[in-house]
Design a protein. Structure first.
Length: 272
C-alpha cells in the first residue's frame, strides 16, 4: 500500500526534520527553546499564508514554510527568540519578493541565516557541536537524506559537494598545516549533513542538469572551505548564498544578452 502524502518530497522532509527537532529537544539537548521553535514555525507559516493569499488569492497547506521553519530551528542558535523572528521574516519574504522566472533566488532558510549572521555576528551562531559525535545519528541523517536526494534528483550535487569539501579540506591539512582532527570534526557535524542533503539540493535554487549540479556543488564546497579556513562565521551558509546570487546573475545576464542578440537579428519589417 502506498501512502499518498509521502509522494510529495516535502511531506517526507517535514517528517524527517520534525524527527530531528524532537531528537534534539528530548535527547541531544539542543540549546534552542520550545518558544524559539514555536515562534519560528508560526512566523514562517503565517507569513507564507499571507503572502500567498495576497499574490494568488489562494491558501494551501504551507509545507515549504514548515520546512523552512524546522531548518532554521535546527541550525540557528541565539539567546532570545528575536533572531528567530527576524530570520523567519527574511526567509519567507525573500522567497516571495526575490524571484526570477517564478523561482526564488535564494534558499529561504539559508538566506535568513546569512542575514542574521551578518547583522548580529557576535550574538547568534549556527550549531556545529550540539549534534555531538554520534555515528549512528549521522548515518541516519545520511540515509534519509540520500532518499530525499533521490526524490528530487540531485545526486550529482551532493556527490560533487562532498567530494570537493573533502579535497579542499585535505588541501588545508597538507598545505596549511591544519590538524586532520579539525577536518574530521567538520564531517562529524550533523548540521553539515542537513546543509548537504536538505539545503543545497533545493530544486528551486539548484541546477537541473548533471553538469550544472557538479559545478554548483564543487564551487560551494571550495568557497566554503576557503571561508572556513579564514574563520568566517557561517562560512558554508554564506558560500551557498553567494553561489545562488552568482547563478542568478549569470542566468539573468545570459537571458538579457539573448534578448538583445535576437532583437538585433530580427529582420527589418519596414517596406522600402
Amino acid at each position: 500500500m502506498r501512502f499518498p502524502m509521502i509522494r510529495d518530497p516535502r511531506s517526507l522532509q517535514i517528517i524527517i526534520l520534525t524527527f530531528f527537532t524532537l531528537l534534539g529537544q528530548l535527547y541531544l539537548k539542543f540549546q534552542v527553546t520550545p518558544l524559539q521553535i514555536i515562534v519560528t514555525l508560526i512566523t514562517c507559516t503565517v507569513l507564507e499564508l499571507l503572502l500567498t493569499y495576497m499574490k494568488d488569492g489562494n491558501i494551501g497547506f504551507p509545507k515549504s514554510a514548515i520546512i523552512t521553519g524546522l531548518s532554521i530551528a535546527l541550525l540557528l542558535r541565539a539567546d532570545t527568540f528575536i533572531p528567530f523572528l527576524i530570520v523567519s521574516f527574511v526567509a519567507i519574504g525573500s522567497k516571495h519578493l526575490l524571484q526570477y522566472k517564478g523561482n526564488h533566488i535564494f534558499n529561504p532558510s539559508n538566506i535568513g541565516i546569512v542575514a542574521i549572521i551578518l547583522l548580529f555576528p557576535k550574538t547568534v551562531a549556527t550549531a556545529p557541536l550540539q549534534w555531538g559525535f554520534y555515528v549512528a545519528l549521522l548515518f541516519i541523517i545520511a540515509i534519509v537524506g540520500t532518499y530525499m536526494v533521490y526524490k528530487v534528483k540531485r545526486f550529482s550535487t551532493i556527490l560533487s559537494f562532498l567530494g570537493g569539501f573533502t579535497v579542499a579540506g585535505s588541501a588545508r591539512v597538507f598545505f596549511w598545516d591544519q590538524s586532520f582532527r579539525t577536518i574530521f570534526n567538520e564531517f562529524m557535524w550533523g548540521g553539515l549533513l542537513i546543509f548537504t542533503f536538505f539545503m543545497i539540493t533545493d530544486p528551486k535554487t539548484s541546477p537541473k542538469s548533471t553538469k550544472g549540479q557538479i559545478s554548483y556543488g564543487l564551487v560551494i564546497a571550495i568557497l566554503g572551505q576557503i571561508m572556513i579556513h579564514v574563520e568566517v562565521n557561517g562560512a558554508l551558509f554564506i558560500s551557498l548564498a553567494l553561489i545562488c546570487l552568482g547563478r542568478f546573475l549569470w542566468i539573468w545576464g545570459k537571458d538579457r544578452w539573448n534578448r538583445e542578440y535576437q532583437t538585433l537579428d530580427e529582420p527589418n519589417n519596414l517596406t522600402p
